[in-house]
Design a protein around this ligand. Structure first.
Ligand code: 6U4
Ligand code: NA
Ligand code: NA
Length: 176
């Protein structure tokens, strides 16, 4: 049988703003993402999501489970099984870690605006002065599910990456 490795990914939202971390080292270095990592032995996904958010961003949040992703790549021997979590409130002070530099981004207000941001990256929101979600500096699959995720949908999906790191094949579905 093939094997999967469990990971978490957590996104914190405050109004029209989304907290992302710039990954400073390791897997996905140079990309922005939610906060997360490997699930340790004996830990639940929810435990790991809470721990990783604390370790990487310095905050605690009551995380809700929102989605499941499966990533395959010829670069990794085990597929990555990622459970995605969400919170709208948090406690503590957002703090940069060795691994992640946290930064707030503006969330496009409509699906149409999301599409515009995905096509024409590096735009700044006139209201907040923040950059919109930097889809061109994130994992390629994120543009395919993050808009629906931010609209409140629960989702499940699979993305297959090639040896060149580009997305080759994907399948996503909303859970009702
Ligand atoms: P260590 O070795 O402890 O520093 P750890 O923090 O446990 O690492 P890490 O940072 O390698 O794990 O975890 C990878 C992170 O990247 C997880 O949050 C899942 C996320 N991730 C991996 N592939 C992804 C993809 N295609 N799209 C996405 N997130 C992905 O949005
Ligand atoms: Na991590
Ligand atoms: Na870890």
């Amino acid at each position: 049988f093939n094997k999967v490795k469990p990971y978490t990914n957590a996104f914190v939202r405050q109004g029209n703003q989304l907290l992302l971390g710039y990954k400073k080292r390791g897997f996905g270095k140079g990309l922005y993402n939610g906060f997360g990592g490997k699930v340790d032995q004996g830990e639940t996904f929810a435990d790991a999501a809470t721990r990783e958010l604390q370790e990487e961003a310095g905050i605690t949040a009551k995380l809700e489970h929102r989605g499941t992703l499966l990533f395959m790549s010829p670069e990794i021997t085990e597929a990555a099984h990622i459970e995605v979590f969400y919170a709208e409130t948090f406690e503590g002070t957002i703090t940069e870690s060795d691994e992640m530099r946290p930064e707030w981004f503006a969330i496009p207000s409509t699906d149409e605006k999301h599409r515009e941001i995905i096509q024409k990256a590096k735009q700044v929101d006139a209201v907040s002065g923040l950059r919109f979600i930097p889809y061109d500096e994130m994992w390629e699959d994120d543009a395919l599910w993050l808009p629906a995720f931010l609209s409140g949908h629960h989702f499940i999906g699979r993305a297959d990456f090639g040896a060149d790191g580009r997305l080759q094949k994907w399948w996503f579905a909303l859970k009702s």
